[in-house]
Design a protein around this ligand. Structure first.
Ligand SMILES: [Zn+2]
Length: 251
């Protein structure tokens, strides 16, 4: 997210959003031997790479960092954004770097071609920052996408994540995985969903931005992130980056 822009909230936009979510561009039936939790960080602020990664690593877990390379080094509403050093350290520790467009654009407000150009520009910029392996997952900025874009995702992207809450189990769309915000009201919903997800052996994805003792409105308090992972572990969840989680799906 950025403070300067927020997607339209009028009725038509809401209806389009619902239609987009219901259009399964990459339908899949997801089943897992164990419940799986993925913690993801969008944009991403430097604090997510420092304190956020520390908390995950203390639990022996790793996360997915959706980077918009055009925001690197800039100050945003969630604090200073990541640097090349953050990317290097995350990769060395085994975290995943995903795509979040280059300029953090609203993909529902531009052509498919422009979105694909954004993905390619981000891929090249991330390579320059030291991401040598292929980026295998993306998250749409603001969760915004279109049926046409979902159907046109490059095959190298095995998954794309939105922001609509829900469990990823049974019938799902790999072009718009469901995810809970780990801030505001949806965070409470995510915590409540964990027990349900454990029983169904579902894949739960959480997303946030900064991590600190006093986070922004779009960030997560360090103690709450720690408590969430502790609870998930007690319920038998594996905690894996998005692409590793996807590879755990049963045939
Ligand atoms: Zn974002």
């Amino acid at each position: 997210m950025t403070a300067a822009y927020s997607p339209p909230r009028h009725l038509l936009a809401k209806l389009q959003r619902r239609l987009t979510q219901r259009t399964l561009a990459r339908p899949a039936t997801l089943r897992f031997a164990e419940p799986v939790l993925s913690i993801t960080f969008d944009d991403f602020p430097a604090s997510a790479a420092a304190l956020g990664a520390d908390i995950l690593e203390r639990h022996g877990a790793r996360g997915t960092y959706y980077a918009a390379a055009g925001l690197a080094g800039q100050n945003g509403p969630c604090g200073r954004n990541f640097s090349a050093g953050d990317v290097r350290r995350l990769l060395e520790a085994g975290h995943e770097i995903g795509c979040h467009t280059h300029a953090h654009t609203d993909c529902a407000k531009q052509s498919v071609y422009d979105s694909l150009q954004e993905f390619a520009k981000n891929r090249d910029a991330l390579a320059h920052l030291g991401v040598s392996a292929a980026v295998r997952t993306m998250a749409y900025p603001y969760g915004e996408t279109t049926p046409a874009l979902k159907c046109s995702l490059p095959p190298r992207l095995a998954s794309a994540r939105g922001v609509a809450p829900g469990l990823n189990v049974g019938r799902a769309d790999l072009a718009q995985l469901r995810a809970y915000a780990m801030f505001g009201k949806p965070f409470a919903a995510m915590r409540q969903a964990l027990k349900r997800a454990a029983k169904r052996k579902a894949w739960v994805i959480g997303f946030t931005h900064d991590v600190s003792e006093a986070p922004s409105a779009w960030g997560t308090r360090a103690a709450e992130l720690d408590a969430l992972i502790t609870e998930a572990r007690a319920l038998g969840f594996l905690v894996l980056p998005v692409s590793d989680a996807l590879e755990r799906r049963l045939p």
